[in-house]
Design a binder for this molecule. Structure first.
Ligand code: UDP
Length: 370
């Protein structure tokens, strides 16, 4: 019997990475519901993604909003308890490392419900990042741990997680990129809209508290990226997350002329820029993986990464938020060969994940690959 599935999601990267599994559920005629916690709900950060990724509107939107971690998580736990009671799922699927994943995980694991964690086994080994605690706690509560790589599976084994819970599936980010890259080339006008055709440009995303909550660090990051761009005559496009915009205003930071701040982009436009950029500067998790899949060099402005595979293959170099470190990292990543093999699987992670849960997914034809 095919299981009844509930997906819990609440942020942009969860929508992107769960979309291939949700669409595979449609192909396999699985009975499922989507619960949006509202952790980050806004039309630009979430709403447009449901259209772009051809997803159904979630059955539930809990509208918890952002705020204090404890209050936000507590509210989600209470509300998800009610939803799971009503829906009686056999399996709850959560993805990644957000408070939504943690809340969904903790409520599911206290019921007679299987908890499945997509993107299990990632570790930054930096417990100061709230995401790290969420990852560890969800991994240890889950019955199905879908590790994107062998390295991630090995990390779970070193934490004494039983072997029969672990499955290496690849990362659904590859499924998402493969399924949308051609559409992005066909449908996105972002290069013309931003006047970037024929001109080399860099792309920047930065919104992690470690980078934007301290004025000196955030200014160093902006100056470093601008200096790199000025040295090469590149423009920099910065689709700016609302929390970073707020910090720039609050701290009265100076955004150098080389950097064009634009509103957060929909997935197709962003994917188009990621695939065409000379280099991407980021502190995002998903962007490190997507650039690796797309063949675009990436500089990650963080002390550590939970995606070390990208550094090993040479698609990604870490930097501090200072001009010298950013320049060195950009030079290093551009110096290396750009024909690395992305280590995140073959783009069929969604089918593998559902297969482990007892669902047979019919194949689709005509998918583009990068
Ligand atoms: N993204 C997007 N538009 C933007 C910036 C990012 O579509 O303007 C996508 C990006 O392709 C990736 C995801 O959002 O799939 C990453 O989101 P975010 O950086 O918020 O989260 P993280 O991956 O760091 O958890």
């Amino acid at each position: 019997m095919t299981p009844r599935i509930v997906f819990v999601l609440g942020t942009r990267p969860e929508i992107v990475k769960l979309a291939p599994i949700i669409r595979a559920c449609d192909r396999a005629a699985v009975d499922y519901s989507v619960v949006h916690t509202g952790q980050h709900y806004s039309e630009r950060l979430d709403g447009v993604f449901f259209d772009d990724l051809e997803l159904p509107t979630p059955e539930y939107n809990l509208e918890v909003g952002s705020g204090d971690h404890a209050a936000q998580t507590g509210e989600m736990v209470t509300r998800l308890g009610e939803v799971f009671k009503r829906e009686s799922p056999d399996v709850v699927i959560v993805q990644g490392d957000t408070n939504s994943a943690f809340a969904g995980g903790i409520v599911a694991s206290k019921r007679d419900t299987s908890l499945a964690h997509v993107e299990a086994g990632l570790r930054s080994f930096n417990r100061e990042m709230p995401e790290e605690l969420n990852r560890v706690l969800v991994d240890h509560a889950a019955e199905h741990l879908f590790a994107p790589t062998d390295e991630a599976a090995d990390r779970l084994r070193t934490e004494a997680i039983p072997e029969d819970r672990i499955e290496v599936t690849g990362n659904t980010v590859v499924d998402a990129v493969n399924q949308h890259v051609r559409l992005a080339r066909e449908k996105s006008d972002v290069l013309a809209d931003l006047d970037l055709q024929g001109a080399p440009f860099a792309l920047l995303t930065a919104h992690r508290p470690g980078n934007v909550d301290e004025p000196e660090r955030f200014q160093g990051l902006l100056d470093g990226v601008a200096q790199y761009a000025n040295d090469r005559g590149h423009r920099v496009v910065y689709p700016i997350h609302p929390r970073s915009r707020e910090r720039i205003d609050d701290f009265d930071l100076d955004v150098p002329d080389a950097i064009d701040c634009v509103e957060p982009l929909n997935f197709l436009d962003f994917l188009r820029l990621e695939s065409e950029a000379a280099v991407v500067f980021t502190d995002s998790g998903g962007v490190q993986e997507e650039t690796c899949v797309l063949g675009t060099p990436c500089v990650t402005i963080r002390e550590s990464t939970e995606r070390p595979e990208t550094v090993t293959v040479g698609s990604n170099v870490l930097a501090d938020p200072t001009p010298g470190s950013i320049a060195d990292a950009a030079a290093e990543v551009k110096r290396g060969p750009s024909d690395w093999e992305a280590p995140f699987g073959d783009g069929h992670a969604a089918e593998r994940i559902l297969g482990t849960l007892g669902v047979d997914v019919p194949a689709v034809s005509g998918e583009a690959t990068v």
